[in-house]
Write a protein that binds this ligand. Structure first.
Ligand SMILES: [Zn+2]
Length: 210
């Protein structure tokens, strides 16, 4: 299959028609510029060369890392056709992500050699604590980095523009890993969505065991 395709885009501001390159599969380890764009959450930005208008243009795309052996299938929410998937991804950690922020988070987690399922359990514990503290009902936590044995998370609270950063000691991560061990959690060959919903499901299963 072709690795890229050209799509015509009409600028919503100036009406100019532009050709835009769409990537279907990307090897991130070979392309540091792409990695930087993912980290800045600008990979799916489209900029009109004529008037400078910037639009968010997401489309299904597969990001693969041959060094850390993971594959991230970016699938925006909605009825979009699944891109053709290569068969040589056996043994890779395979994830589905829905937003540029989730894509960035997975890249940060896997490039630092961590387990994203365990980190979802950590985030579940963190959100439970923080929800009552800020008296909110909704909260989104994203892993941001590990520093000096501590894990930092960015917490996005509705109506607040900037995230609040929280740091947790690594013990809770170790505990989460042992919970997964107890549950016998194993990677499968299909693409998995590892998010807050999965964490809730796994923790419920774990409570049943106790
Ligand atoms: Zn324009």
């Amino acid at each position: 299959m072709a690795n890229e395709t050209i799509k015509e885009v009409v600028c919503p501001r100036c009406g100019e028609t532009q050709e835009h390159k769409i990537y279907l599969q990307i090897y991130t380890a070979k392309d540091p510029a792409v990695k930087q764009q993912i980290l800045k959450e600008t990979f799916f930005n489209w900029e009109c060369p004529k008037c400078g208008y910037v639009a968010d243009m997401t489309y299904p795309c597969l990001f693969m890392d041959i060094k850390f052996r993971y594959a991230l299938l970016f699938m925006p929410v909605g009825n979009v056709p699944l891109p053709e998937l290569p068969e040589q991804l056996s043994g890779y950690t395979k994830r589905i992500v829905r937003t540029p922020a989730e894509l960035k988070e997975k890249l940060l987690i896997f490039d630092s050699g961590h387990n994203d399922v365990a980190l979802e359990l950590v985030k579940n514990a963190l959100c439970t604590t923080v929800l009552s503290k800020y008296k909110v009902t909704k909260l989104k936590a994203l892993f941001s980095r590990e520093k000096d044995g501590e894990f930092e998370f960015a917490l996005f609270i509705p109506d607040k523009k900037e995230p609040i950063y929280h740091v947790l000691r690594s013990e809770i991560y170790q505990e989460s890993l042992s919970i997964l061990d107890t549950l016998g959690f194993e990677e499968k060959e299909e693409f998995l969505q590892v998010n807050a919903k999965l964490a809730t499901k796994l923790l419920a299963e774990y409570e049943q065991l106790e």
